[in-house]
Design a protein around this ligand. Structure first.
Ligand code: HEC
Ligand code: HEC
Ligand code: HEC
Ligand code: HEC
Length: 162
């Protein structure tokens, strides 16, 4: 008998592997999207799909073109580098059509606390407060102008705080 007399079960096993590999190739052919690998290890068509999503943020330049008074105010204080939409949310729809889409003004109790609530994780130099204790129940904008929050140029309401 041949030298492979006791090896036949191995060939059968190898055959199974080949079969499994063929099944894998067939399944792969149907399941891998057509544009996969077009540019790299991802679905090429995704680029176009993402580019077609509606734009949500207008960018601060757009806001500044129309709201020049707010920009002027904002540039006088520490919020100069905080972008409009960081506080007002995504407003491309308003920027495209200001007369139909009216932005809802932010609730300062939520908004200001989001950035300024004291936390050990924040850099020491960043201005932080315990909102409830600090504001004593008054809305932040009673004393701080959101667009220029410093105390050296007191806000209009409540006679300004000191
Ligand atoms: C094409 C000009 C234009 C652009 C761009 C624009 N706005 Fe406006 N915005 C207006 C006008 C006009 C009003 C006033 C609407 C009214 O009261 O009838 C307004 C109103 C607002 C209000 C509400 C004011 C209030 O008293 O309720 C906010 C907040 C605002 N804009 C923020 C933004 C932000 C943030 C951006 C940038 C994402 C932006 N706007 C881009 C023209 C513009
Ligand atoms: C730090 C957060 C913050 C930033 C940054 C900011 N805003 Fe505001 N803005 C507010 C809040 C809060 C109010 C509402 C104040 C109130 O209720 O009295 C407001 C009010 C407004 C209003 C209504 C009229 C007024 O002056 O109160 C307009 C218009 C406006 N913002 C536009 C802008 C634009 C344009 C920018 C960027 C150049 C900007 N805001 C940046 C927080 C912010
Ligand atoms: C009754 C007036 C008043 C109200 C309301 C108020 N503040 Fe102040 N805030 C002040 C004064 C005065 C200062 C400056 C003196 C100081 O450092 O305590 C100040 C300072 C700050 C500072 C700077 C702290 C630092 O370490 O430099 C932050 C941040 C601040 N306030 C955030 C807020 C927030 C957020 C709210 C709303 C939850 C709020 N404030 C409500 C009066 C007020
Ligand atoms: C998106 C984050 C963000 C939000 C929201 C925000 N701030 Fe600020 N705030 C900042 C940054 C950044 C600074 C500058 C910190 C610095 O100079 O180190 C600042 C500075 C300040 C200061 C110090 C001003 C000074 O002259 O020393 C006060 C007070 C303040 N903010 C109050 C507020 C109030 C009131 C609101 C709500 C209307 C608010 N902030 C919302 C990011 C934010």
């Amino acid at each position: 008998m041949s030298a492979f007399k006791d090896a036949r079960h191995l060939f059968r096993f190898a055959g199974l592997f080949v079969l499994a590999f063929l099944v894998f190739l067939v399944v792969r052919h149907y399941y891998v999207p057509k544009s996969f690998g077009q540019y790299g290890h991802y679905r090429g068509a995704a680029v176009g799909e993402i580019a077609n999503l509606p734009v949500k943020f207008a960018g601060h330049q757009a806001c500044e073109d129309c709201h020049t008074d707010v920009v002027a105010k904002k540039n006088t204080g520490k919020h100069a580098h905080v972008n409009c939409e960081a506080c007002h949310g995504a407003l491309a729809s308003h920027a495209d059509d200001p007369s139909t889409v009216k932005p809802v003004l932010p609730d300062t109790a939520v908004l200001c606390a989001r950035c300024h609530t004291a936390s050990a994780a924040k850099p020491k130099g960043f201005p932080q407060v315990e909102p409830a204790e600090h504001s004593q129940g008054l809305p932040c904008e009673t004393c701080h102008n959101p667009h220029s929050p410093g105390m050296d140029a007191p806000a209009t309401a409540a006679g300004g705080a000191k």
